[in-house]
Every structure is written in C-alpha cells, then in structure tokens.
Design a protein around this ligand. Structure first.
Ligand code: WQD
Length: 339
C-alpha cells in the first residue's frame, strides 16, 4: 500500500516514514526541503534498508499538487506533516504561516475529496488547548483562543478537515494532537535537526551540553508548580511515530467510529523544565550550565495529556521514559557534531 508523507524529511515525519516502512508500506515523501535536508533520506535508508520515493516540491504550488495526485492514483493514505512550526516566527510573519500551513492543507484535501476512499492523518498540537482548565487534558477539553498564528493554523486546520469530512463521507481523517516530541531514533541515524538557534527545550539542552551554546535559559521559575518551572508532556518521537501508523491503520481497516476523529498523543506524565534538566544530567552524567530568566511570552503553566482515548481506541501507549528519550537526544547530538 502506498502512503504519502508530506514533510517526511522533518523530525517527526522521518521517524514516521521509518515506522511505516517497518510495517511494509510503500512510502512517498513530499518535502520542499525548506526546513530539512535530503541527507535524512540516507538516515531512513540506513535504518530500514529501503529508500523512500522522494519528490521535492512546494505544496503551495497547486498545479504540482494536482500533477502529483494524477501520477499517484494508487494512494491509500496521506500523513500530512508539512507545515511551518516555530511559534515565535509565526507571530512576526503570520501570513507565511496561514499560507504555508492552511493553503497546502486545502490543496491536499481537494485532491483526496476526488477519491472513492481516502485516509488522512493530520499533524495537530496540544497548543490548541492553550492553558487547559483541567489536567490531564482530554480531547473534549475546549479549544482556547490561540496564543500564536502557528497555534491558530492548527485550530483552523482541524476545523477545515472537520467541515470537509462532514460533506465528504469518502474522506476519513484523524487529527493527532501532539504534546512535546523529543529524542531521536535509537540507531542515531535520524533525529531532531533544528536550523539556527533552537526554540525548543531539549535541543537547546543538548546543544548547550555539547558546547554549541554557552548556557540554557530557563524561562521562569515562579509558576504555580512544585518547583516553579513550567510543566509539559515530553513524548519520545518514536512513540509518536508509531501512533501515526496505528491511527492510519484504524482508517485503512475502517475501524474508525466517525470520519473525523481527534486523539491526544502524549505520555500522560507531566515533567517540569528542571526535571528535564535533572533527567539529562542523570543519563549523561554531565552537569548542565543553565540560568533562570524571565517567563517566555505565550507559555502555558502546565500541559500534559489524558491518554485514555488513544490507549483504548488505538491500542497505543507511549513506551519510552523521559530518561530514555533524553539519552537518545544526547546520543544523536553527539553523532551530529561528530563528538
Ligand atoms: C518547553 C518548556 C519553555 C526553551 C512548542 C509548541 C508546540 C510544539 C512543541 C511544534 C517551556 C521551556 C524552552 C528554552 C526553556 N511545536 N524552555 N528554555 O513551547 O511547550 O511547545 O514546541 O510542534 O506546538 O507550542 O515547547 O520546547 O519550546 O518549551 O525554559 O530555551 O521549556 O518555557 O516551559 P512548547 P518548548
């Protein structure tokens, strides 16, 4: 069966391609290489022994999207990762985000709507919940006004899919609301490769530890949490990748209860920034250089998933611990920097 993975050279996309190939799927990657390199293809092939078909083009070019779907009539499903994802950048350049994250989604849905049966997995985010009133967060928690254009594109994206599925019963979609993906494939052949200064916590930790950054700034320690630092649900990227395969197979095997479903994908465990640092220091036996600074605009106090729905309906549960994920992130950082 042929599965299209848009953004398949990216952090989560590449790990998902590996898991799809491990399950015997034929994978076609579409990527415009704006935030990833073709070197990732070598990493994927090194792990699975199978080189995915790769087509480089920008999904904002409607004619190219149309041509692709004409050439690939035998598509069984699409997993859509391709999007811009830097919260801060989205505040400064909203139109880039609305165009790149939503126009591309619309073009893909327009193609899938033409098919007799289409399975579609959408990369969404726990960002849609904002600061949830109740923790852990369930899928029925209200979607809050987005703190950033990036988060808004995830909310609007879900609504576009939901509204399309209402009138296109041949389209079956699942939105996966990721919590915080971290770590790297245990082979260290693929991993997180942020371009420029990392916005996310874990790559900043590993780059500080390897000497690329002088010290980590911890954004605030006066939150109403046990140690004062903000809490998140850090999930190993391989666990997250596997969730995509089980969600896709739910649709391919027509086990879905509705043609638009939403699932949280997290571990169900909340960890504070200081706990993440302590985990890193424990698994690497290194002392991390960090300082406490002011809070970052737009950060929520705490967010971690209620994972019952995915556990029960997808028969999926995150397997890796925070320590294992931090260890894999460090091994990857050392490999990338040739250390
Ligand atoms: C985690 C915690 C920071 C960096 C964002 C997006 C989400 C998803 C993941 C794309 C927070 C603290 C961070 C640093 C710090 N993005 N931190 N120093 O903000 O929870 O989620 O990235 O898919 O949609 O919203 O992740 O890793 O940026 O921050 O203290 O240098 O680490 O304040 O508490 P976040 P993050």
């Amino acid at each position: 069966m042929k599965i299209i993975v848009t953004g398949g050279l990216g952090f989560i996309g590449s790990h998902t391609v590996v898991e799809l190939q491990n399950k015997g799927y034929e994978v076609v990657i579409i990527d415009n290489c704006s935030n990833a390199t073709k070197e990732v293809l070598k990493g994927i092939t090194a792990i699975t022994g199978i080189s995915p078909i790769f087509e480089e083009f920008d999904l904002r070019e409607k004619s190219k999207v149309n041509d692709f779907f004409i050439r690939h009539q035998d598509i069984a499903g699409v997993i859509h990762f391709a999007a811009s994802k830097a919260v801060g950048e989205s505040v400064n350049n909203p139109l880039l985000y609305y165009e790149n994250n939503l126009v591309t989604l619309i073009y893909i849905l327009q193609e899938l709507q033409k098919k007799e049966h289409a399975s579609f997995i959408f990369s969404s985010s726990c960002t849609v919940y904002g600061q949830a009133d109740k923790l852990p967060i369930t899928e029925s928690a209200p979607v809050k006004p987005a703190e950033s254009p990036y988060g808004n594109t995830k909310q609007i994206g879900e609504e576009i899919i939901r509204d399309t599925c209402k009138v296109a019963s041949q389209l079956n979609a699942i939105a996966l609301r990721y919590f915080n993906p971290i770590g790297s494939h245990p082979s260290a052949e693929i991993g997180e490769l942020p371009l420029g200064v990392p916005q996310n916590l874990v790559p900043f930790i590993t780059q500080t530890a390897i000497g690329l950054r002088t010290e980590l700034s911890v954004f605030g320690d006066t939150y109403p949490t046990p140690d004062g630092t903000a809490i998140r649900d850090y999930i190993h990227v391989v666990d997250l990748a596997k969730a995509h395969v089980v969600a896709l197979e739910r649709l391919l095997n027509k086990k879905n209860k509705d043609n638009y479903e939403v699932f949280n994908v997290g571990t169900g465990v909340g960890s504070s920034v200081l706990e993440v640092i302590k985990s890193f220091e424990k698994v690497t036996n290194k002392s991390l250089n960090y300082k406490i600074v002011g809070k970052r605009e737009g950060d929520v106090i705490a967010a971690y998933a209620d994972t019952h729905k995915a556990n029960e309906e997808l028969q999926w549960k995150a397997q890796s611990t925070l320590d294992e994920a931090m260890k894999s992130a460090w091994i990857w950082e050392q490999k990338v920097r040739g250390k």
